[in-house]
Design a protein around this ligand. Structure first.
Ligand code: CA
Length: 230
């Protein structure tokens, strides 16, 4: 199950990605537009889709909005360097991750590895683990407790919920909207974004060794937050 579909109209990028992934023993299928990509996604059921947001026949965000519900794959979108709104829109629509153009082979392979780890987690029966361990951080989901170097960390209920949400989505960029929706429900106001920033700052003070160089919760500027997985 290591099939990857790349939907990209730029031939040089498509060839670069296909060649790289093929040498890594992935099974790669290619599409140059959104419609063909959707047809191939249905017929080949790839585990991962690399989706360019600027397609000739449709916008990549619309592609996700239209087809996400019909497709099981992990979706990694490819965006222009400073296009934060598109990244956020794609993630909110259901993309799992993003790559910024121009990307190098190391970045691409790293994102693919994370994607396949998520595929494995989705398919694994033990994915609903009661424990989370990363570096010095230990979360006991059962007892609802968080430990840092074996010492319990006292979090507010909101900080606790956010940490658990990010940890359960380790490696995945979560937009502010996704986090706010998860924690506060559906209606999102400008105040929520400000509240989230305050809560994140407090949470980081409690768990990070350095708030300016976090090792657990990483910021993706203009996009959201990601629990580190490296
Ligand atoms: Ca394009």
């Amino acid at each position: 199950m290591s099939k990857i579909l790349i939907i990209e109209d730029d031939l040089s990028i498509r060839h670069f990605v296909t060649t790289l992934l093929t040498t890594q023993k992935y099974d790669v299928i290619e599409a140059g537009d959104g419609q063909t990509g959707f047809a191939l996604a249905l017929s080949h059921n790839p585990a991962v889709i690399i989706l360019d947001l600027g397609l000739p026949d449709m916008d990549g965000v619309d592609w996700i909005n239209n087809y996400r519900i019909l497709i099981n794959a992990i979706i990694i979108v490819v965006t222009a360097r400073d296009d934060h709104p598109s990244k956020v829109a794609a993630l909110d629509a259901g993309a799992d991750d993003y790559l910024t153009k121009p990307f190098n082979s190391g970045e691409l392979l790293a994102r693919i590895r994370v994607a396949f780890r998520h595929v494995a987690d989705k398919n694994s029966v033990s994915s609903a683990s009661d424990e989370f361990l990363y570096r010095d951080l230990h979360i006991d989901f059962d007892k609802s407790r968080v430990y840092l170097k074996n010492i319990e960390v006292h979090l507010t209920p909101i900080e606790h919920q956010i940490l658990l949400f990010l940890a359960r989505n380790q490696g995945r960029v979560c937009t502010s909207r996704m986090i706010i929706k998860e924690i506060w429900g559906n209606t999102i106001t400008e105040g929520d974004a400000q509240n989230l920033r305050v809560v994140m700052a407090n949470l980081r003070r409690k768990i990070e060794p350095s708030t300016t160089q976090p090792i657990y919760i990483l910021t993706h500027t203009g996009v959201g937050y990601r629990f580190n997985d490296e």
